[in-house]
Design a protein around this ligand. Structure first.
Ligand code: FAD
Length: 422
């Protein structure tokens, strides 16, 4: 006899949160019981052939903290997260069969592997109802004022068309969730290492609250955002946005709330402006897909650079002839973070001074950055390599001039060149 029980399976990927997770809510509203799943190795398959080593420890810890924080939040609502290290496709198919899953939910993500995996699952489970939605972007595809194929090839015309459009308010977390299936109810152990920066939804909300309302730092954002160091000079929200502990819509509406309560200025607008850069690269990836990883880029112009092991290793280790680049690379290696200005300088050095194939630099960032986001990373690297969305096409930073502007007294260089934690 056919059962009437509706069983949902939610596949958490880059949306490790319960607040403003409309896809998760939509699935929960349609099912009687629920399985929540996360695959630990799902992000490690990208660009494997360009990798030398392993993902940085800091990146792994942040991800682990975020996953465990999600599990904890689910347990408070009598649910839990099944954290697996098996291949997603076969495991998901097995779960569908074993538990007679009727509905599957997963947030839309424009990554090439993410799309393929989602479609493969859809094809393998034609009897299941699939639910997805856009939680990783400010706009959904239907909110865009153009068809995806007509996305402008550079940022400014994109910004002009979208910046005044309404952005949906974040949706609240559900107070009650469908029943869990008792697969394993034991809470996983806390991560062995506790760190200054914590992954997870609560930590992300705290950072947002503190950067805006706790300190009013947003009021000077435009003047401070290009600094090379110091936690307070930019929002650091990328860490939580990248794995979805925070949604971009939550950030946007917090900026609007701040402006309503404490006043708007050029800096408060500029934080939104930078979120639009993030947004642009998400849709750029959606449109161009694997061209984002091609040597000749979206523009299809092959740079006259090539891979050189010695120069590449010197760059990774912060041992080039450019001290500003070395300091930035050591900051990255030691913390898993680098400022936006630092990223521009080291990428420009990689391509224009060292003459290296930009894809290896992008892949190194992919390994090291806690805030690694496929669209923002590969989109920015293409931009700096002159094969992507830069209208000028050849953006070479004068490293001596940049050093004099951003580290005139050598404080930043001294800090990172003298402290070595290898
Ligand atoms: P803030 O200055 O406070 O900006 C607020 C938010 O706007 C950021 O959190 C981010 O979501 C977005 N943002 C800001 N600048 C950019 C930008 N240029 N492109 C896209 N989004 C932006 N950002 C990532 O999130 N992940 C990456 O993997 C990544 N790789 C990059 C690689 C290169 C070569 C370059 C030049 C930039 C890269 N960026 C990446 C963009 C940017 O450097 C970081 O988003 C920013 O430094 C994060 O710090 P923050 O949150 O304090 O930024």
């Amino acid at each position: 006899m056919k059962s009437n029980i509706k069983t949902g399976l939610y596949w958490f990927r880059h949306d490790l949160r319960l607040t403003d997770n409309p896809t998760f809510n939509k699935l929960c509203e349609q099912v009687d019981r629920l399985i929540c799943v996360y695959f630990q190795d799902q992000n490690k398959q990208h660009q494997g052939e360009l990798y030398e080593g392993n993902t940085s420890k800091r990146k792994d810890i942040f991800e682990q903290q975020s996953v465990l924080a999600l599990d904890k939040a689910l347990r408070q609502k009598k649910q839990y997260l099944l954290i697996l290290d098996t291949p997603p496709d076969s495991t998901l198919r097995g779960l569908v069969e074993q538990h007679k899953v009727t509905h599957i939910g997963a947030d839309l993500h424009h990554g090439v592997y993410e799309i393929k995996a989602f479609h493969a699952l859809q094809n393998a489970c034609p009897q299941v109802k699939f639910i997805s939605g856009s939680g990783h972007t400010l706009f959904s595809i239907n909110d865009l004022p153009f068809e995806l194929k007509n996305l402008p090839e550079t940022f400014t015309p994109f910004r002009k068309q979208v910046e005044d459009r309404a952005i949906s308010a974040p949706v609240a977390a559900l107070s009650q969730l469908p029943n869990a299936i008792e697969l394993s109810l034991e809470a996983p152990p806390e991560p062995a290492i506790s760190t200054e920066i914590q992954g997870g939804e609560t930590a992300g909300k705290k950072q947002l609250e503190s950067y805006l309302f706790g300190t009013d730092l947003i009021k000077q954002y435009k003047q401070t955002r290009n600094a090379l160091d110091d936690w307070h000079n930019s929002s650091k929200l990328s860490l939580w946005l990248a794995n979805g502990c925070l949604s971009p819509r939550t950030v946007y509406h917090s900026i609007k709330q701040y402006e309503a309560e404490r006043g708007a200025n050029e800096s408060t607008y500029w934080l939104y402006f930078e979120l639009l850069w993030r947004e642009y690269f998400q849709w750029y990836l959606a449109k161009h897909q694997d061209k984002l990883f091609h040597f000749s880029g979206v523009k299809q112009v092959a740079p006259s650079t090539h891979f050189n092991q010695y120069k590449y290793t010197r760059w990774c280790e912060g041992m080039t002839e450019y001290t500003i680049v070395n300091a930035c690379m050591r900051q990255l290696n030691q913390t898993g973070y680098m400022s936006n200005r630092g990223r521009q300088l080291v990428a420009s050095c990689f391509v224009h001074e060292l003459g290296l194939d930009w894809r290896y630099g992008a892949a190194y960032f992919e390994q090291q950055l806690i805030d690694y986001d496929v669209a923002s990373n590969w989109g920015n690297w293409q931009y700096l390599a002159g094969v992507g969305a830069d209208p000028r096409g050849h953006r070479r930073f004068d490293l001596a001039k940049q050093t004099a502007t951003y580290d005139p007294d050598g404080v930043f260089r001294k800090k990172w060149l003298l402290s070595d934690e290898h």
